[in-house]
Structure formats: structure tokens, C-alpha cells
Design a protein. Sequence first.
Length: 141
Amino acid sequence: MNQTKPNNYPVPTYPNANPTGYPMAATGAVNAPIHSRNLQSQFVGSPAKMFWMRLGLILLSLIPFVGLPNAICIYKRWVCKNTYVVGVPMQFEGKAGELLLNIIKWGFFSIITIGIYALCLLPYRYKQWETANTIFGPVAG
């Protein structure tokens, strides 16, 4: 048994299913009609906050060893908190200690390969670490 909605698309009717009759989102996490979801990606941080964030992080990164990984993690966390992809907030879960160990490891490999590792693989490894620690945040219903 199919109904016809105003857009003339047949919508299957199932018992105890969607009461509106409109198509629902493909994921089970969001129970909202597809036509009402925000499909735009946006960054909502302000330029002033970004300026002060970067200034503070430059000062923090001057602390030997622990300053730079902490500054990177704080900045990535702030950027992800203010970034929405298809209406879903991003979340950064990277830890400064984990990044510090990776920096030491990458530095060692760069020294023993006379800088070849730093030129070829270091940007790739950093991007892998950054991407592995960036996830979609909780979906607001």
C-alpha cells in the first residue's frame, strides 16, 4: 500500500513506521525527515577568537617538548568544535602525550635517514594521526 505525498513520490507505508510519511534519514541515529536536515558544512568560530587562540598557542609552543604537542591538540580541538560537516559537529580526540611520542619517533627516523623521512613521510604520518583522531561528534536530535 503506497501513499502519494505533495511531491508526487510514492512513499511506502509500514505499520509503526514514520508517522509523517516523508522519507527519513538513512542513518538510524537521526530520526528527522531528510528535507529538514541541514546539509551545509560550516565553520562557526570568530576571527577574534581565532587570533587570540593562535597567539596563546604560539606562547604555549615555546615551552620545550610538551608545549608544541599541547598547542597542536588544543588548536585542533577548538577547530573541530567549531566545524560542522553536514550539520554534525566534528570532535578531536588526540592526546598531547601520544603526539609527543610520535614526534620523538618521527625525529629519530628523520635523523637516521638524514632527513629523507622528514621530507617524504613526516607530513603523511602527521596527517594520518590527525585524521585518525578526528571523528564526528554527537548528533543533536
